[in-house]
Write a protein that binds this ligand. Structure first.
Ligand SMILES: [Zn+2]
Length: 362
């Protein structure tokens, strides 16, 4: 809401003060929990900071049904009781005791967040940073090549695939999307079809996250050093720039946007960014990022580097004749840290106060 002539906009402290004033005037505002409202302002403050720091996009408006949730902090967050081995309950301000299913041991925590996803599932996540997984101490170094056809190729020879929707689930998704296109806006049928689509997407996301969590834990336990390509996923998955036609002003040449969209889907589906992010949490200080250039064109045996070495999924060295699976060859190069200036990443520093992001279902 900032404009040049209005002067500075209120920050978090001023907003919190205004909130107290507003609560005194409006009954409907008083009916809600002050902590929840204050924390929403704090979230907004953080979003704005991130935007001005250049690491995130501009904050967007909140929308019903999308990323719904709230946070409780302070003494109010301490009212949690384990009821049985599998169940616990929490006193949510203005709501009362709410039972929830425990998916892991309840941590010592001073804040929690309750969220509701697009499919209507409620989750509670307690803010606690778990200890990193200790290194096995066997000196093992692994290179991980992340790809679209094979989600992760390891220099040990393993090819790992992130589970996706099955053939029949994908067919059903296409079918539902067609029905959605035909459904009338605002109709009940449209709502139902939309919910069914969201359910399928949520299922795919759950599988992906589950795979990422299991795989990253497995890597952190088995290897001392994990080398990955330094890929910039947000930049890579950006949509291509429009290509102006030099012959005709105002018109554009094909820029293969649909093809790029397909590749983007492949990259995002495979959870590239998330895998490395979780690895950095779990194997803090043991993840090394290697410049991605030429890892797929260089022979892992003799070091010969030429674009002609690679033919789709097969690697064949034009110099020594060595042949291998293309992704495995790349993984071995990454493990060797070849073609590159390897830099040791500092362990991810995380403030104890900062709330860890919810990455798995609770
Ligand atoms: Zn070679």
């Amino acid at each position: 809401m900032w404009t040049r002539d209005k002067g500075p906009t209120p920050g978090f402290v001023e907003q919190a003060r205004q909130l107290t004033e507003a609560r005194a005037v409006f009954g409907w505002l008083r009916d809600g929990s002050q902590t929840v409202q204050q924390q929403a302002l704090r979230d907004f403050d953080q979003a704005r900071r991130n935007f001005f720091a250049g690491s995130h996009h501009r904050p967007t408006w909140r929308k019903a049904g999308r990323r719904e949730g709230f946070r409780i902090v302070g003494p109010q967050a301490g009212r949690v009781e384990q009821v049985s081995r599998k169940w616990a309950r929490v006193l949510v301000p203005k709501v009362g005791w709410v039972r929830f299913r425990v998916s892991r041991a309840l941590p010592e925590s001073r804040s929690y967040r309750i969220t509701r996803d697009r499919v209507g599932r409620w989750h509670i996540a307690f803010a606690a940073v778990p200890d990193p997984i200790p290194a096995p101490g066997n000196g093992a170094v692994v290179g991980v090549d992340r790809g679209v056809t094979v989600s992760a190729a390891l220099s040990t020879g393993e090819l790992l695939n992130c589970p996706r929707l099955s053939e029949s689930e994908r067919r059903r998704l296409v079918h539902l999307q067609r029905r959605l296109a035909r459904a009338q806006r605002g109709s009940n049928r449209r709502k139902r079809v939309k919910a069914a689509i969201a359910k399928l997407h949520a299922r795919a996301a759950d599988r992906r996250k589950d795979w990422v969590e299991k795989t990253s834990t497995d890597f952190a336990r088995r290897f001392d050093v994990i080398r990955v390509e330094d890929l910039r996923v947000p930049q890579m998955t950006r949509r291509p720039k429009p290509k102006p036609d030099p012959a005709k002003a105002g018109s554009y040449l094909p820029n293969r946007r649909r093809a790029k969209a397909g590749l983007n889907r492949g990259i995002l589906n495979n959870g590239w960014g998330l895998l490395v992010q979780r690895l950095e949490h779990k194997a803090a200080g043991r993840v090394e990022k290697i410049t991605a250039a030429y890892t797929s064109q260089t022979c892992s045996r003799c070091g010969h580097c030429a674009p002609g070495n690679r033919e789709n999924q097969a690697f064949r060295c034009q110099s020594c004749g060595h042949s291998d699976h293309a992704d495995l060859n790349a993984a071995i190069n990454i493990a060797a840290g070849r073609a590159v200036s390897a830099r040791r990443d500092k362990p991810v520093r995380m403030s104890v106060k900062r709330e860890p992001q919810l990455t798995t279902s609770t």
